[in-house]
Design a protein around this ligand. Structure first.
Ligand code: 5GP
Ligand code: ZN
Length: 136
C-alpha cells in the first residue's frame, strides 16, 4: 500500500463515497466538508500539486471539474460553487496528492475564503513587473 492516502482511495484500499470516475480522474466526497456535497477531484496518477501534475492530467481534472461544478450545484440546491486548490503547506495543502475542491455555497452560509487587502504605493506595479518578467 503506498503511503499516499488519496492513492489508497483511488485503489479502494481506503473507502470513499465515489461521485464520479473515468480512466484518468476520481471524484469523491470530502470526509470533512465545508458544506454538504463538498467534492474532491483528483488525478488517478499521483502528482503532488499543480507544479508537478502533467498537463494531460491537469486537463482531465479540469474537464471533470467543469462538468461536476454544474451538476453538484444543481443536485445540492446550492446558490454558487467555489473551486479551490491548495498547493504546498503554506497555502493550506494537507494531503500531498493534487486535488481540486468543489465547494457548494449557500446564501448566508457565512463562509469567507478570500479576505482581500488593498495594494499600497507601487506594490501592484512591482509585483506585476516580476510576474511579467517570469513569463515564458
Ligand atoms: P487540503 O487541505 O490538502 O487542500 O485538503 C485535503 C482535504 O482532504 C480536506 O478537506 C480533508 O477533509 C480531506 N480528506 C482528508 N483525508 C480524507 C479521507 O481519508 N477521505 C476523504 N474523503 N477526504 C479526506
Ligand atoms: Zn497519491
Amino acid at each position: 500500500m503506498p503511503d499516499c492516502i488519496f492513492c489508497n482511495i483511488v485503489s479502494r484500499e481506503i473507502p470513499s463515497y465515489t461521485v464520479y470516475e473515468n480512466d484518468d480522474v476520481y471524484a469523491f466526497l470530502d470526509i470533512h466538508p465545508v458544506n454538504r456535497g463538498h467534492t474532491l477531484v483528483i488525478p488517478k496518477r499521483h502528482a503532488r500539486n499543480v507544479f508537478d501534475i502533467s498537463s494531460e492530467d491537469w486537463a482531465a481534472v479540469m474537464k471533470a471539474v467543469h462538468a461536476l461544478a454544474g451538476t453538484i450545484e444543481k443536485a445540492t440546491g446550492a446558490d454558487g460553487i467555489n473551486l479551490v486548490m491548495n498547493n504546498r503547506e503554506h497555502a493550506g495543502q494537507v494531503v500531498d496528492h493534487a486535488h481540486m475542491h468543489i465547494i457548494p455555497r449557500f446564501k448566508g452560509d457565512g463562509i469567507r475564503l478570500m479576505p482581500g487587502h488593498a495594494y499600497k504605493g507601487d506594490e501592484a506595479k512591482e509585483v506585476l513587473k516580476k510576474i511579467r518578467a517570469a513569463l515564458i
